[in-house]
Design a protein around this ligand. Structure first.
Ligand code: C5P
Length: 235
């Protein structure tokens, strides 16, 4: 496999083509942004943690029948993936109120929700990723109703598998964001699952071990990311 030119640079990742049109390489950076790019910084070692954490969780999910774009970890910061066509819908899964949901519905952070909440956002930085519903998705042609049914079922399965697994590591999975892609007629889980895209709270103390430490200037950001990696790797 020969790595070619960069085709995409996001806030935290770069994507490169390879000599195989069905494969791409993702490179994880230490750059951190929040509030749609208004806050910028660096979290030393974040790229390594996110790469290793995400790959570990994708492998776990594969064992439970959830197929992702993950193919092979190349090194601490680079991973080979199936080259998917990203569905421009961010899927947010919530078990406990926090962040923007707490603001929107007035529930204090940490309030348990009676059932899992699924939210959809239109992936568009210029618009600030606005929340949309399934009829918007159909009306805008972002995904078909059949694709959305698959995506919703996969998101709930990811939640079920990760919630149970993380509870065994004394971590509460508060909420998280997923992205999906089209590949050879199927829907694959794509992007990453990491402390950048999930809220992880220590199940006993409630300590935040995720990107909220960066967003809210809580300090010990690097340590929180490392702690997640250590728990997942059993250190
Ligand atoms: O900000 P909000 O409370 O809506 O975020 C819900 C979850 O989705 C959080 O875990 C957050 O890290 C994640 N998220 C994300 N990327 C976005 C928006 C939210 O990873 N663009």
């Amino acid at each position: 496999m020969i790595q070619g030119k960069m085709i995409y640079e996001g806030k935290a990742k770069q994507v490169f083509v390879t000599d195989d049109p069905t494969l791409a390489v993702i490179h994880y950076k230490d750059d951190a942004t929040a509030f749609n790019g208004l806050k910028r910084g660096t979290v030393v070692g974040k790229g390594v943690v996110n790469n290793l954490v995400s790959n570990h969780l994708f492998k776990l999910l594969a064992g439970h029948g959830v197929e992702s774009h993950f193919v092979e970890q190349l090194n601490d910061r680079d991973t080979l993936v199936h080259r998917v066509e990203i569905v421009p819908v961010e899927v947010i899964v919530r078990n406990i109120a926090a962040g923007s949901l707490s603001k929107r519905i007035g529930y204090p952070e940490g309030t348990k929700l009676r059932c899992t909440v699924l939210e959809y956002c239109y992936k568009d930085d210029d618009l600030g990723d606005p929340m949309i519903n399934e009829t918007h998705i159909a009306a805008m042609g972002l995904a078909t109703p059949e694709e959305m049914a698959t995506i919703a079922a996969m998101a709930l399965k990811v939640n079920e598998v990760l919630t149970a697994y993380l509870m065994g590591l004394n971590l509460s999975l508060i909420d998280f964001k997923l992205e999906f892609g089209r590949f050879e007629g199927r829907i694959l889980l794509a992007d990453e699952i990491s402390p950048d895209t999930c809220r992880f709270w220590d199940a006993r103390t409630g300590e935040k071990l995720d990107k909220d430490r960066f967003r809210r200037d809580l300090g010990d950001v690097e340590e929180a990311y490392q702690e997640i990696l250590n728990r997942l790797m059993g250190a």
